[in-house]
Write a protein that binds this ligand. Structure first.
Ligand code: UT7
Length: 332
């Protein structure tokens, strides 16, 4: 019997309709459109608004679209894994709420918190459940409502982040398509440079923690930038080396979208033509766990069955890695 691989068989995504432009931010903090575009490549981002709407709302919208596109009955879904750092609540998990909202009554689920590598770590986790042969339909969601943890008085972070969700279906494949290999890494040294300090067990919520703004995302941008370029390049190089591939054999790179300059540096250092690097940061900013499935969904029509696609991400923790997959279908 041939080895089962886990293949992506569909992509769905959701972006909220409300736009926060650079011009809007100019009215909120001391910044300007030119600085933001030249330093990050971001022109606007989406913000989720509405009573009772949070990360699971966006995740559920993305999953609904995915179920419709793939013609899947929600009752067939075995498992939902949600990469997120902005769970609706500390518990229960967001995957659980997404399953509930989408009628995936037979699915179990859980969240993975790996910051901007959340989708990458989640898809690799989900693939294991397929490769054992035990599960047939596993949905991987990347969803984040970053606007809920961004300080809109801190110009160093509020210009970067936005809200979105994306979802892919993983199914068993016997033609050798789908996920081929991955290099996944983590280094706790990153905690000091990128974090949200309060609300966990170290600093539970208190009046003091709120007054000190410890419930917002904190980032030492310049340091994270350097680690991000190094991490994505080294993981991708290791991945290609262990699969005896040259950069010119890669058809598409779908990177986590944190900063256009990071993506340009990675492309340059890896000798990837920039046209192969899929980029949509101008419209959405950094949507943390959602960037890769959102970018994949927007570019789905470009992919052909058999294309070599590399996913790569870097985020808080630090966490980072790269995954090689063979695209498994010709999009309709
Ligand atoms: O997704 C998870 C991983 N995250 C990342 O990969 C993000 C990595 N970091 C970055 O993308 C960049 O470091 C930032 C976009 C966050 C910042 O860009 P930078 O080129 O590293 O700027 P900087 O922090 O070195 O700041 C340069 C200057 C500073 O002024 P001085 O000290 O040189 O006078 C900042 O105060 O730019 C100033 N500055 C701003 N000016 C206008 C910082 N934010 C702004 C702003 N508007 N919004």
């Amino acid at each position: 019997m041939s080895k089962l691989t886990a293949a992506i068989t569909g992509v769905g995504y959701y972006t909220p309709p409300d736009i926060l432009s650079n011009a809007d931010l100019e009215k909120m903090v001391e910044t300007n459109h030119e600085w933001i575009v030249s330093r990050t490549g971001i022109e606007e981002r989406r913000i989720l608004k509405g009573e009772g709407k949070a990360t699971s709302f966006m995740g559920a919208e993305a999953v609904e679209q995915l179920l419709e596109k793939t013609g899947t009955d929600p009752l067939e879904v075995d498992l939902i894994i949600c990469g997120t750092v902005t769970a609706d609540m500390i518990f229960p998990d967001t995957a659980n709420q997404i399953a509930y909202k989408t009628g995936c009554k037979n699915a179990f689920g859980f969240d993975i918190n790996a910051a901007c590598s959340g989708f990458l770590f989640s898809i690799n986790t989900g693939a294991q459940f397929i490769e054992t042969g035990k599960y047939k339909k596993v949905i991987i969601v990347g969803a984040d409502m970053m606007s809920s943890i961004v300080d809109y008085e801190d110009r160093a972070t509020c210009i970067l982040f936005g809200d979105a969700a994306g979802a892919v279906m993983l199914e068993p494949n016997e033609e050798g398509l789908g996920i081929q290999d991955s290099v996944l890494r983590a280094d706790g040294v990153g905690v000091q440079y990128l974090n949200m300090k309060a609300g966990g067990s170290l600093i539970p919520a208190s009046h003091e923690s709120v007054d000190a703004k410890l419930h917002f995302a904190y980032q030492e941008g310049r340091t994270v930038f350097k680690y991000a370029v190094k991490g994505m390049v080294s993981a991708t190089q290791d991945l290609l080396t262990q699969n005896e591939m040259k950069p010119n054999q890669v058809d598409w790179i779908i990177p986590h979208q944190a900063n256009l300059r990071i993506l340009e540096s990675v492309a340059h250092m890896m000798d990837f033509p920039i046209e192969k690097v899929l980029i949509n940061i101008a419209k959405y900013g950094n949507t943390t766990s959602a960037t890769i499935p959102l970018c994949m969904g927007e570019n789905e029509k470009k992919f052909k069955k058999g294309d070599n696609v590399v996913l790569t991400a870097f985020g808080g923790g630090f966490t980072w890695g790269s995954t090689l997959l063979k695209w498994a279908y010709d999009p309709k």
